[in-house]
Design a protein around this ligand. Structure first.
Ligand code: GLA
Length: 400
């Protein structure tokens, strides 16, 4: 009875009960970092993690905003007789606490991976039935970020399973970002904002422009396929609750133009920017792409409003993203196989019902800067650009 009364009282005050809150104040802009999966899959160890943290600092990427070093699947050893989880003793002989200390000493944060089911996608022990225990363990290790997968989840209710994990994190008393990796199967955008900070909207990414790579029961998706699955989701995104389009494939085999487009699209749609390549051997052109501060600033804009597509015809799409201080980002996407000479008269009024922002270029002139070429101009003159095949032109607009 007391419990019921307390519940009514809390509800009456409009306060969310403590056990139903995620760690607040995290991911107010989309999280940025690196994750081991796309490049290394299960071939990971503590040396790789340490070297990646060093590279993140040395390459200036920490300065550019990247913060999390995330260990994905296969770090696991076994549970002991008390059910406590331990890392693989061969691959992580110094233990996770030592690794977290190493990463923290460089001003970065450490992420780890689990699964709401009995086993992870890589067939390692999952957290089902051990959520509170695992969250406590991660907290004791000094973990800052947990990606929680959806493999082996038969019979689980997604909403409840992720809420349980969120509650377990809260009970551990250490703020940890919860990255929900449920692949969009149960429309996480409709419910995951109360438990996590981001949710995957699709199955796994694949480094190609517009292909599907079949893995038998499921397919990994190219950049355009993932983009097209974001239709209708922008209203769910905002500070502390992001649509996650999966980890980046920049530097993983696509062309430079495709990489630039991929990075621009993820920035425009406020997806977390989690690098997926080998930072230790990153060629200069790739570093230039992922280190582009103008593009990162569009993703990290404090307004946190996902871009909207306001025009599409054939292979061309026009996207706009309202930014703080009445600025806008403007992207021309060429999905086609050939470069495109594109002219734009700035005749559209771009209205966004979601953010209640509108721009009418007939009434106001904006100065633009091209985030990739550095060229400048203004909306008083017709824009004439060449958009590369499988590429973008990305402009930042500021009222003059
Ligand atoms: C799933 C996830 C991936 C990755 C792997 C690890 O496929 O969607 O991002 O974490 O599992 O096994």
């Amino acid at each position: 009875m007391k419990r019921i009364l307390a519940g009514i009282l809390i509800a009456g005050l409009g306060v969310t009960p403590a056990w139903a809150q995620k760690s607040e104040g995290l991911a107010l802009t989309p999280q940025m970092g690196w994750n081991s999966w796309n490049k290394f899959a299960c071939n990971i160890d503590e040396k790789l993690i340490r070297e990646t943290a060093d590279a993140m600092v040395k390459l200036g990427l920490k300065e550019a905003g990247y913060q999390y070093i995330n260990i994905d699947d296969c770090w696991h050893g076994a549970r002991d007789a008390n059910g406590e989880m331990h890392p693989d003793p061969q691959r992580f002989p110094s233990g996770m606490k030592a690794l977290a200390d190493y990463v923290h000493a460089r001003g970065l944060k450490l992420g780890i991976y689990s699964d709401v089911g009995d086993t992870t996608c890589g067939h390692r022990p999952g957290s089902r039935g051990h959520e509170y225990q695992d969250a406590r363990t991660y907290a004791a290790w000094g973990i800052d970020y947990i990606k929680v997968d959806w493999c082996d989840s038969k019979g689980l209710n997604a909403v409840g399973a992720y809420q349980t994990f969120s509650d377990a994190i809260r009970a551990s008393k250490r703020p940890m970002l919860l990255s929900i990796c449920e692949w969009g199967e149960n429309k996480p955008w409709e419910w995951a904002a109360s438990s996590g900070h981001s949710w995957r909207t699709t199955g796994d990414i694949y480094p190609c422009w517009d292909c599907e790579m079949s893995h038998g029961s499921w397919s990994a998706l190219g950049i355009m396929r993932i983009l097209d699955k974001q239709a209708g989701l922008r209203k769910y995104s905002g500070p502390g609750r992001w649509n996650d389009m999966d980890m980046l494939e920049v530097g993983m085999g696509m062309t430079e133009d495709e990489d630039r487009a991929h990075f621009s699209i993820w920035a425009m749609l406020d997806s977390p920017l989690i690098l997926g390549n080998d930072l230790r051997t990153m060629p200069a052109p790739v570093r230039k792409i992922v280190g582009n501060r103008d593009v990162i600033a569009i993703n990290q804009d404090p307004l946190g409003v996902q871009a909207l597509r306001f025009y599409n015809q054939g292979q061309v799409e026009l996207w706009a993203k309202p930014l703080a201080n009445d600025e806008w980002a403007f992207m021309i996407l060429n999905r086609g196989e050939a470069p495109l000479s594109y002219r734009y008269d700035w005749q559209h009024t771009i209205g966004d019902d979601l953010s209640k922002r509108e721009v009418d270029f007939k009434k106001a002139t904006y100065r633009w800067t091209d985030a990739w070429s550095g060229k400048t101009g203004d909306t008083g003159k017709r824009l004439e650009v060449t958009v590369p095949a499988h590429g973008v032109v990305l402009l930042r607009l500021k009222k003059s």
